[in-house]
Design a protein. Structure first.
Length: 95
């Protein structure tokens, strides 16, 4: 019985060492992802800010249309294309 207990303790020690190494590996991997994920978080926050304020977006679009009509038309075409692509992708995913 004492040998079995010693074997279990030895296995437990090996598993604890392995778990510690794996935690270090995961921490290093996640550290390399910290900067890109921070950028994504800031982009998501910016989109949420804009979506929460439609009058701000409408006002900016109006001012752009007054100051630069060609550029506003170009951006409107891009936005419409993105919206159409979003709708198409949404329909494909829903099926």
């Amino acid at each position: 019985m004492n040998q079995r207990l010693a074997a279990v303790e030895a296995r437990r020690a090996r598993l604890l060492e392995r778990a510690a190494r794996e935690r270090e590996d995961v921490a290093q991997t996640m550290q390399s992802w910290a900067q890109p994920l921070d950028f994504v978080d800031r982009c998501v926050d910016a989109v949420r800010f804009v979506v929460a304020r439609p009058p701000l977006v409408a006002g900016a679009a109006f001012i752009l249309a007054l100051l630069r009509p060609r550029r506003a038309f170009k951006w409107a075409r891009r936005a419409f294309g993105l919206w159409q692509g979003y709708r198409w992708l949404n329909r494909k995913i829903a099926v």
